[in-house]
Every structure is written in C-alpha cells, then in structure tokens.
Design a protein around this ligand. Sequence first.
Ligand SMILES: CC(C)(COP(=O)(O)OP(=O)(O)OC[C@H]1O[C@@H](n2cnc3c(N)ncnc32)[C@H](O)[C@@H]1OP(=O)(O)O)[C@@H](O)C(=O)NCCC(=O)NCCS
Length: 137
Amino acid sequence: MPSISYTTSLDAITPDKLRGFFVGWPNPPTPETHLRILQGSSHVILALDDATGSVVGFITAISDGVSSAYIPHLEVLPAYQGQGIGSELVRQMLERLRHLYMIDLVCDDGLKAFYGRLGLKPHLAMIVRNYDRQAGA
Ligand SMILES: CC(C)(COP(=O)(O)OP(=O)(O)OC[C@H]1O[C@@H](n2cnc3c(N)ncnc32)[C@H](O)[C@@H]1OP(=O)(O)O)[C@@H](O)C(=O)NCCC(=O)NCCS
C-alpha cells in the first residue's frame, strides 16, 4: 500500500499535482479550476502520495466560521480507493469543524452507509444544479 500523508497546505500544490479527479463528470473542472476550488474553500484537507507528491484525495468545506459548514467535495482517485483514505479525510474534516453547529453534505443513496459509519445522519436535502456551470464559474 502506498504511503499517504495528509495536509491542509496548498503551498506545494500546482495543477499538475491534481490530475485524474472528477471521475464521471461530463464537464469536469480543469486541474487549474480544481486548484481555484481548493483556494476558495474555507477548509481543505489533501491526501498526498508520498512517493510522487501528487494529490490522491481531497475534501473541502465552506463555512461562515460561526455556525455552519457545508462539505461540497470529497474524492479519492480510483487507484487509491478502498484503503481508508476517504474515511480519514472525512474524520479529519469533521474534527476541524466540530466547533460548529451544522455540518452538512449531500450524497447519493449508495454512500449513506459510508457516511453513516463516520457519524453522519440521513436528512432531506434540496438542491439546484446549473449543469452548464459544472466546469466552474
Ligand atoms: C466515496 C469515496 C471518497 C470513498 O473513498 P475511499 O478512500 O474508497 O473510502 P474508504 O477506503 O474509507 O472506504 C470506506 C468504505 O466505503 C465504501 N464505499 C466507498 N465508495 C462507495 C460508494 N460509491 N458506494 C458505496 N460504498 C462505497 C467502501 O466500499 C468501504 O467499505 P468497506 O470498508 O466496508 O469495504 C470514493 O469512493 C470516491 O472518491 N468516490 C467518487 C466521488 C464521490 O462519490 N464522492 C462523494 C461525494 S458525496
């Protein structure tokens, strides 16, 4: 199994370290836009492959810093899934946000068990998706 480090720093992150994400998105953000997403987030945690320095997983949160946070993005590269990296990213993000009242995310039905094991509870969500903006504003 590869050696993985977790970091909140974007200092060493360039677009070329952000390849392969947004699997299955018809109109995915570019690596450059991905970096802008990370820079614009209130909180970011990255999983890095120590052998290459590349990002292999990431989680973001946007927050008012007082009451609430929303977790819009969590992804682990397919080759690195099933090794506990996604769970660790969620655990570390929940720890960083635990001073807040509301911590919300939206997920597909198939991920209810994954998030349930990490302490999240199912709830109804209402959403808007502007698909013509999927690659980023
Ligand atoms: C969801 C995701 C981040 C999990 O990352 P990961 O590193 O594989 O997670 P872990 O190794 O901690 O896996 C924990 C468990 O979740 C399960 N799991 C992972 N993805 C799943 C999915 N899409 N549906 C159902 N179960 C899933 C795994 O089978 C594993 O179960 P097990 O321990 O009983 O075998 C990863 O599958 C991913 O990037 N998926 C695509 C993007 C996505 O769906 N993101 C979530 C947006 S809400």
